[in-house]
Structures are given as C-alpha cells and as structure tokens.
Design a protein around this ligand. Sequence first.
Ligand SMILES: Cc1cc2nc3c(=O)[nH]c(=O)nc-3n(C[C@H](O)[C@H](O)[C@H](O)COP(=O)(O)OP(=O)(O)OC[C@H]3O[C@@H](n4cnc5c(N)ncnc54)[C@H](O)[C@@H]3O)c2cc1C
Ligand code: SF4
Ligand code: SF4
Length: 651
Amino acid sequence: MSSQTATANPTALSFRRYKDGDHKPGPWQEEIFQASWSHKCPTYVHRTAPCQASCPSGHDIRGWLAIARGQDKPAAGVAWQEHAFRRMTAANPFPSVMGRVCPAPCEDGCNRNEVEDRVGINAVEHFVGDWALANNLAFDAPATESGRKVAVIGGGPGGLSAAYHLRRRGHAVTVFEDKPELGGMMRYGIPGYRTPRTVLDGEIGRILAMGVEVRANTRVGRDVTIAELESGYDAVFWAIGTHSGRPLPVPGSDAPNCITGVDFLRAFNEGRLKGVTGKVIVVGGGDTSIDVASVARRIGHITHAHPKDRPENIIFGQTAHDVADSATREGAHVTLTSLFPVEKMTAAEQEVNDARREGVDIRGGIMPLEVVKGEDGRAVALKMCKCEMDGAVPRPVAGTEFEIACDLIVSAIGQKGDMTGLEALDNGRGFINADKLLRVPGHKKHFVGGDIVRPHLLTTAIGHGRIAAESIDRFFAGVEEDRRPRVDVVHFDLIDRMKERNVAPEPFVSGGEGHRGTAAARFAVHNYEDRGPHEVVTHEDLFLGHFPYTARNVRRHVEIGPDDVLGNFDERLVALTEQEVMAEGKRCMSCGMCFECDNCVIYCPQTAVSRTPQKERATGRYVQTDYSKCVGCHVCKDVCPTGYIQMGLGE
Ligand SMILES: Cc1cc2nc3c(=O)[nH]c(=O)nc-3n(C[C@H](O)[C@H](O)[C@H](O)COP(=O)(O)OP(=O)(O)OC[C@H]3O[C@@H](n4cnc5c(N)ncnc54)[C@H](O)[C@@H]3O)c2cc1C
Ligand code: SF4
Ligand code: SF4
C-alpha cells in the first residue's frame, strides 16, 4: 500500500471474515469443509523443544529421539545408534556418563508430562552412549589445524568438553590437570558404582584421541604460572571446579575427625580410604552428602583398627588403608542431616531413596550447633536442634537441642575453588567471575566455566565448555559480538538436515535469477521460519489430543537393602533394551518440529497440503502447501500435534 492510499483511507480493513449483521453460523458441514476463509496460509515454524531448552548442555534431544524411533534415518550402512550418537555428541561428548548420573532437568521440562509422564530421555542417552562405547565409536580429528593454541586448566567435564569442542574447530589444546587422572568430580567425587570407570575412561579416551595434549600432575598456580600460560597460549580456559570443602560453621569443627565431603570422597576414589569408624554423621542434603553416606555404608566400619587407620589420618595423610582385607568389617551407622526437610533436600530423589533403603538414617529440618569434643580433642558428638528455614537461613527452634554420638563428622555443605597461586582471578569468594560469553572480565584471552563459576551439574559444566569454545573461536576470528541466543543450545539446522539428504538449496548467485518472485527459486528454503534461537514451544502450542496414554519404559533399578550394602559396589541402574529405547523415541511428541504424522495432509479440506516428493524430503521438509488451493481455514494448524504449523503467510 502506498502512503498516499493509506492517508486517503486510513481506517479501511484489508480483510473481514463476516459481513455486518452476519450473526448465525452457516451449516456445520460448510464450517467443517470450509472452516473459515482467511488471508492466512500455513507456514512451517521451527521452535525449540522445552526438553532441549532445559538441558544445560544443549542436547538436540528431539533430534536423537526422532532417530531412535526410526523417523530420521541414518545414511546407508550406518546403524541408527551411531546416527543418534553423532547427533548427541554435537552438544555433549559424555552420553554414557550423562545417561547414568545426570538428574535430567530435560525430563522435568518435557511436554509429555502434560499427557501422562515424561519421555525417558536420560535412559535413551544411556543406551546410545553404552552402544557407542561397546562399538568403539571414535571422534574424527579435525581435517585442518587452525594454528591456534588453547590452554585448558582442569580436566573435569567442563575442561574436557571445551577441549572436545575446540578440537572440532581445529584448535590445538593442552589440558593441565592437577591430579594424576582426568575426569574431575566424575572420577574423584562421584563413586564408581554410579559412574563406572570403564565408561569414564572410554568417553575421555575418545576425546583425547582427537589429538588433545595432557599434562597431568600439573597444578597451575604452583607448577605453571598464569604469566607462562599467557605467553605460551592464544587463549586460556579455566575449569578448575570447586575442590575446597567448607567446614561446619560451628564451634569445635576444628576437631581432627571433622572432615569435608570432598576430602572423604577423594580418599575413597583414590583407593586409600577403605573403611570408616562406627558412627558417622554427614551434614548436608545435596549430592555430595548422599555420596559420602552411601560410600560409608558400603565400606563399613573397620573394627579394631589401629589409630593410624582412622579415617582422618588416611584422608589427610597420603597413606592407604592396608587393613581392609584382614580386619573384621561391620556395617557403619550413618546419619545424614539436612537443614531442609527431607522432601526438600537438593539431592536427586532417587539417590535419597536409595540411601534410605541402604540403611542411611536421614533426618531433615535439623541444624548443627556445636561439635562436642572428648578429652583427646576428637569429636564425640554433634549437638543439634530442630530448625525452620527462612529462605536459605536456618532459624533454631528453642528447647529442641539434642546430641548425636559420633566417631566421624563429614561436612558436605558446599565447596569453593582452591585459588592458591591464582589470586589474580579470585573474585574474593573463591570463584571466578564470568560474563555471558564466559570471558573473565578484565582478563583478555581468559575464559572460564563449570563449577568455578557456579557449582551445579555435570551437564552445566559441559554446556559451558561448548559455549566457551565458541567464544574462544570468535575471539580468534576477531568477532566483537557479545550476545548469546536467548535459547542457548545446539539448534536444529534445516540446511544441515537437507544436506544429509542431498536436497540442500542451490547456492545463491547475486545478479543471477533475480531477487523478486522467488517462489520457484532453488536457492531459498520457502515458507520456513526458524524461531529456535528465541522461542520454546509449550504444551499449549501442541495438539495433545493426538497422543494416547502410553506408559513410560522405566529402567530397572537394582535395590540394595541394608543387609546387602556392605562391600557392594555394583552398578544399580540397568539400561533399557533397544526395543524399549525405540518405544521411548515413539513417545516423544516432537515438540516444535514436524514428525511426519500426515494429519495435515489427511485433514486439509482443500487437499492443499501434500507430502513433499520423496527425493526432496528431509526432516522438517515433509509436507508442502499448494497456496493456490489454500483458503486459510487453519485446519492443518489445529490438527498438527507438534505445533510446527503457524497460520502466518499473508500477514
Ligand atoms: C560428590 C559429588 C557428587 C556429584 N554428583 C553429581 C551427579 O550425580 N550429577 C551431576 O550432574 N553432577 C554431580 N555433581 C556435580 C558435578 O560433579 C560438577 O558440577 C562437575 O564435575 C563440575 O565440573 P568442572 O569441570 O567445573 O569441575 P571438576 O569436575 O571439579 O573438575 C575440575 C578439575 O580441575 C582440576 N584442577 C583444579 N585446580 C587446578 C589447577 N590449579 N591446575 C590444574 N588442575 C586443576 C581438578 O583436579 C579437577 O580435575 C557432583 C559433585 C560432587 C562433588
Ligand atoms: S545431559 Fe542431562 S539434561 Fe541433558 S539430555 Fe542428558 S539427561 Fe537431559
Ligand atoms: S515430547 Fe519429545 S520433544 Fe517434546 S519435550 Fe518431551 S522429549 Fe522433548
């Protein structure tokens, strides 16, 4: 419309569905077949699925579930599991570890919760990750080297994820790791019955085989200085985690047998600590406290142990228990206390239930007041009282004090970074500050991620590794842009999917076919809009009526009773079978992306919608609309279960 016309008649409507006085609907049959006419026609709009938006590592979950159900097919000669593994590892190179110990925030976000139950995303990841290990799948080394060198400090999930994503981009990577082995808290925190070491070694080995240099037993800040890193490398990524446990903030916590959870687990995971004393109190409520309590129940109480074998002497000395095989071993009495009521503890519910079943006495809503010491200065009891939480602050309830006798107190109330030698980067609270691009403010060419920014989950540290690798890449390219997408994940890319099927658009040649009237042009993807980077599709955008009740395939969990836990280090989680995994793939509702159900083709009253010819198809390009037939009735949009169709064209 020209501005002249607009001024002449500024209130004229360009479209009216009903005439004045037209109050009664016509015959319903007419309504159904014509629905209503509008100037809008369907267009295909991709939005991010909420499962993916809830996964901190940014997994293309919907994409690999489509592979698991057989919709997105692999190239000839490739197993579907490998196809799924490649899609998974575009974001996260640890599917087998994640499939076991990630608390799966993706499943909380899953729209299928609105139908009957979430999709078992984590279980599919577990199965595919294990299949990839069993079949020795490897990552390709980069085809070309960029000539840039990056120092990664810390070989935990954050550092290894960054190393992987940097190598994919052709940058040389050296990982500096304080400990003899890589893995960070996956190895020195989480016990092996949750992350089996064969799985861990397999997933780490695959990353190293891309050509990552490792300098183990090398502590930056002691063996290497920041200045040396700055002169030797083009960028530095800090992923040093939080390895300083916080002692209990009560009088008497300096007793020698008051230790921290990270020290306890490190000594256990290094194979030095093989038993505890009879009565153990663990103070916490999060993942670390559950692991300490569960390990204590497994290693048990070594009776008649020499004082040199007391847990604190093992944990702080560099000696190891050698009495384990000869001494009599009994179950230890383990009490876990939490400020919050048990149902509000931050540890994963399954872990809490397991610990309880295995005989850990879990008591919520109580706070420590004082460590009671014996004549020799060692703790003999923990004085506690009931408390009420005022936000995160416990308020003691007067007159409720009591004591729990103990031989060992383990504080698992939080950690911070060990910044010795790294004071220049310390934000004063034992952490390193980061901006949105994970750059360290005020420190050019320094980037940071994982727990040392904010303690959270493995998947979060892995996501940080990916984002930091991208930021480092941009830094090398001299790109100044400092925004991240609102939905910060590894996005579905229609062109990639079209390339996989050899149906990608032709290259655009400037001045060629002309820039107008592109409906038939082969260089454009028509009537497709990608809102993935800024929109998440909600259950209200879906047609949920399409999905009948289908029970979730639940992994079997080996339940260990209090009498069987001593000396039991077997894995508790049993992977689903291939059939069960494929069935979970079918339960996925493919939120925000066409899953080829044919509803729009079947229900369009005008037969305007048809399947894209087989030779032009790719995921996301399964149906097409003949706009000369479309009357804008929006039936296709209404029956689309996935929310992929929007009535937008013509607006
Ligand atoms: C006991 C426990 C149980 C947990 N359970 C779960 C769980 O079930 N699921 C889950 O998702 N998350 C869990 N977490 C959280 C998860 O382990 C962390 O969020 C994650 O490991 C953080 O990764 P990161 O790479 O930042 O640090 P880390 O894993 O801590 O790795 C940091 C690495 O840096 C090294 N390092 C430190 N300082 C230096 C230095 N100066 N020079 C060289 N190297 C250095 C360390 O040795 C370490 O290897 C748990 C944490 C703990 C402690
Ligand atoms: S890493 Fe965790 S949050 Fe992400 S898909 Fe796997 S289970 Fe879900
Ligand atoms: S139904 Fe599928 S795509 Fe939708 S949120 Fe759940 S797992 Fe993701």
